[in-house]
Structure formats: C-alpha cells, structure tokens
Design a protein around this ligand. Structure first.
Ligand code: UTP
Length: 290
C-alpha cells in the first residue's frame, strides 16, 4: 500500500462548548502550557511522516494561518536581542510541513468539513486529525493508524473504550478483534439510544480514510444535529467490510470542553522541563487548602 503523506485537520467548528473563550479565539488556538492545541496536532502528523497538511478553517480563524506563517518582525527582534533558542523555535514552526488552508463556508458538520478537502486529497489515502483532539504519545497516534492502513489497505479509525454515560454522546462501534489492539469495524451508530449501543468502543479524534469517502460524503444527507456527519459516511465503508480500528496508545485531551483543557494544561505542565518542579510544588501546597 502507498504510504500516507497527506493529512486534513478540520478546525472550522464553532466551539460552543468552550464559549466565551472561543468567541473570537479559535478553540484550536487555546494553549496547552506554551503551545496552541493545533501545533501539537501538526507536530504529531509531521512526526508520523505526513508531508502535506490541509487545515480547514472559517471566518475568524485567520490567527491559525498566522501561527504557522513567517513573522519577519518577530524573528528580527529575537535575533537582535540574542534570543536564539526562541528564534529557532519560531522559525521551525513555519517550516514544519507544507501547510495549506481552505475555508468551510458554512459550519455544516465534520463530514462537510472533510468534504472540503476533496481537491487537496485527490486519489490518495489521507489522515484526519480532529483539530480539538490533542493526543500525546511517544509513538504518534497518526502513525499508529497509518501503519495499519499500509497493512490492510482499508480506512482505519482510532478507537477507545468510553463509559456507558459517554457512549450515548459519541459514536458506538461494532468491532471484532484481529490481533492485539487491531480490530475490524463492521458497523457504527452516532449518538445511539441506550438500546442501540453496539459496544463501548468509539472513534476518538483520528482516522485514515481511503479517498472513496468523498463520493460517499457527496451522497450523505444531514444526520444527528442536522449536520453532515463523517460517521454516517464512514459507516458505509464499515458495513462494506472496508474499515479497521486501532485501540491506540496515547493520552487524549478533548480541547473542545473546559475540563479537557484544564487536564491537558495540568498534565503537560507536570512533564514540562522548565515548569514541572515549580508547578508540582505549587499543586502540592494548593491541595492542602481544599
Ligand atoms: P466538534 O463537533 O467537536 O466541534 O468537531 P464544534 O462543532 O466546534 O463543537 P461544539 O460547538 O463545541 O459542540 C470536531 C472537530 O471538527 C471541526 C471542529 O473544529 C473540531 O476540530 N469541525 C466541526 C469543522 O471543521 N466543521 C464543522 O462544521 C464542525
């Protein structure tokens, strides 16, 4: 199978669960300690061997483009003041990958957002990394999925078991084990009623799709919430026997909800070389007070 070289990062959602923070600042730009969420996601894709990235944005998300662009004035200032470490970081950011942007003109759902990538993707397999799902792992999760695509030649979804309370808000999958953490996926249902739950396995934040998904998306009618659901299109690949699942190794942070943002900041800070000692001492003192 060809190697996966392209990735799509949908980042055009309204982020209503993190309002008012996301009113004029895209939730994908909210920081985890010292980097915006979407930078972790781009770095994950690059570490997995992705060369071309398309970020789906919309009105008001121009700061995402600015973040990955050159900043001549800033770079000159850092050089003049001898801040060479920071200069290197800022320069590396604009050379991370070949990053392109396209606007989703209406916020019609994740399936519609991915559909905007049709011309960019062409006839190649491609990874999708949800712009508000940061997953920290030694072995980039995007790469874990790409390897399974390269082995089986089918679409691959990143899966995790969630709680019975969560599954009714997520997508429930019918899975059968293939080996260790690899499954075949034969069906899925978005936001299932309790008696329609297929399993507690759900898709979390990452997939690799074969390009036939675009023809399916073209035919996909609005589903849950009146939006074009990516999972409704993926379901067709699953029932046709063309989908695998990987119970990935990695810690996922949902940057689309407030608790997820706090957990990400807390846990990343506790591992950050400059901050971990001071932050840990601060937390240890703080917990004594409540
Ligand atoms: P979500 O459903 O979590 O994002 O989509 P949302 O719509 O912003 O969430 P609410 O408003 O808090 O409920 C997952 C990913 O898909 C993108 C989002 O930006 C997010 O990264 N997305 C979603 C799009 O690009 N376009 C859409 O129409 C919907």
């Amino acid at each position: 199978m060809p190697k996966v070289k392209k990735a799509v990062i949908p980042a055009a959602g309204l982020g209503t669960r993190v309002l008012p923070a996301s009113k004029s600042m895209p939730k994908e730009m909210l920081p985890i300690v010292d980097k915006p969420a979407i930078q972790y996601i781009v770095e994950e894709a690059v570490a997995a061997g992705i060369e071309d990235i398309l970020i789906i944005t919309n009105r008001g998300k121009g700061v995402i483009e600015d973040h990955f662009d050159h900043s001549v004035e800033l770079e000159q200032r850092l050089e003049a003041s001898g801040k060479f470490d920071m200069l290197k970081q800022v320069q590396e950011l604009s050379h991370l990958a070949n990053i392109q942007f396209i606007r989703q003109r209406e916020t019609n759902g994740l399936g519609h957002a991915v559909g905007c990538a049709k011309a960019f993707v062409g006839n190649d397999p491609f990874a999708v990394l949800y712009g508000d799902d940061v997953i920290i792992s030694e072995d980039p999760v995007c790469g874990q999925l790409c390897r399974v695509y390269e082995e089986f030649g089918k679409s691959v979804v990143g899966i995790k078991s969630v709680s019975p309370e969560q599954i009714v808000r997520y997508c429930s999958l019918a899975v059968s084990p293939v080996r260790d953490n690899v499954f075949s996926v034969s069906d899925m249902i978005e936001k299932p009623a309790p008696d329609k739950i297929l399993s507690l396995y759900s898709i979390l934040g990452r997939c690799v799709l074969t390009p036939d998904i675009f023809d399916i998306l073209d035919q996909t009618k609005p589903g849950a919430g009146g939006e074009i659901q990516l999972t409704d299109a993926m379901r067709q690949q699953a029932v046709a026997g063309n989908m695998m699942g990987v119970d990935f190794i990695g810690k996922r942070y949902d940057m689309g909800n407030k608790l997820g943002i706090l957990q990400a900041n807390c846990e990343v800070a506790l591992k950050h070389p400059e901050l971990k000692d001071g932050f840990k001492a601060y937390l240890q003192e703080l917990v004594k007070t409540f």
